[in-house]
Write a protein that binds this ligand. Structure first.
Ligand code: SF4
Length: 209
């Protein structure tokens, strides 16, 4: 089966998934709108937001977090065509009030099979996590000891590829933990990782000539 067919199958499975009790009525945010299956970088965030991915079906698009994210990728000259973006959980967790909520451990574990299969299928040379929840979710795919506070914006190795842990671009994080200017500086590390990988790929291409 071709990679695109595997991806399409995953989309169908995720759309039918009702494992998480409080997300039975939500639809998984996974489709061609998540980006290229041959990306320069795969982003993994926390969960689709009520006014963002869950509403628009495009992860990180339509709310303030999405605007911040789009400004951040633009700051290093990346477009949506260059990336694939998904979340630790594919559906949007809500508080009883209807507001966005963090996914709990059970929900992250429930969805880790989809995350594992997406990483295997896309096989990105570089992953960037957005926030501590996403960084921790990777431990269910392949254990690691990285912590966001210590390792933010560092170029690390994980599971046979590069990993750059970044902060989540939500307004709350930007106001209380990491400003947009600081996050733009963090994204320069991501650009350095992309440039290093491009150089390696070019060297390998030249060797084969
Ligand atoms: S979050 Fe993931 S595991 Fe939970 S219902 Fe949605 S697709 Fe299924």
């Amino acid at each position: 089966m071709e990679r695109q067919e595997f991806f399409d199958q995953l989309v169908v499975e995720a759309a039918a998934c009702v494992i998480c009790e409080r997300m039975r009525d939500r639809r998984a945010v996974l489709s061609h709108l998540n980006g290229s299956i041959d990306p320069r970088v795969m982003f993994i965030a926390e969960a689709p937001g009520r006014n963002g991915g869950d509403r628009t079906r495009i992860p990180f698009h339509g709310d303030t977090s999405g605007e911040n994210f789009e400004a951040l990728i633009k700051s290093i000259n990346l477009t949506r065509e260059d990336i694939f973006i998904t979340n630790s959980v594919l559906c949007s967790p809500r508080k009883p009030s209807g507001a966005n909520d963090r996914p709990n451990r059970t929900e992250i574990r429930n969805c880790s099979g989809f995350l594992r299969r997406l990483i295997e299928l896309i096989n990105p040379p570089l992953i960037a996590t957005l926030g501590a929840v996403a960084l921790d979710a990777l431990k269910l795919v392949e254990p690691h000891e990285y912590r966001l506070r210590e390792h933010a914006a560092k170029i690390l190795k994980w599971n046979g590829r590069l990993l750059v842990p970044l902060y989540h671009p939500s307004p709350q994080v930007i106001i209380t933990v990491r400003s947009l200017e600081q996050q733009m500086r963090d994204f320069r590390s991501l650009l350095r990782a992309i440039s290093a990988l491009t150089e390696i790929q070019e060297r390998m291409r030249n060797k084969r000539k």
